[in-house]
Design a protein around this ligand. Sequence first.
Ligand SMILES: [Zn+2]
Length: 113
Amino acid sequence: MTEAPPELEVAACGSCGFLDHPAQEFGCRRCGAHGAALGVERVPARGIVVSSAEVNLYGGTDITAPFVVSAVRLDSGPVLRVTMLDTTPVPRGCAVIGVVSGGELRFVQENGS
Ligand SMILES: [Zn+2]
């Protein structure tokens, strides 16, 4: 097994147990609970790729194209849009894990290099 992945903070509903990211100020997307019913839970940055796209043209200054953005369903449930460390698109269904590179959270194929 590989090194434990970094953890992410996700919104946790104390009423129904739903985990979500990012937290919604209007409350839980599943049951509508809000206020004190909502908390934070730390979950491993590990999941399965739902979709992936290579970005070749980008106007921002925070990252240089080309890069790959993937939607990842974390093992704990929330779906996040993440930036992959490598510039090769990742197949749907591929297991990925978070790594910290240059102070930024990126994802790589698990058990890959
Ligand atoms: Zn809820």
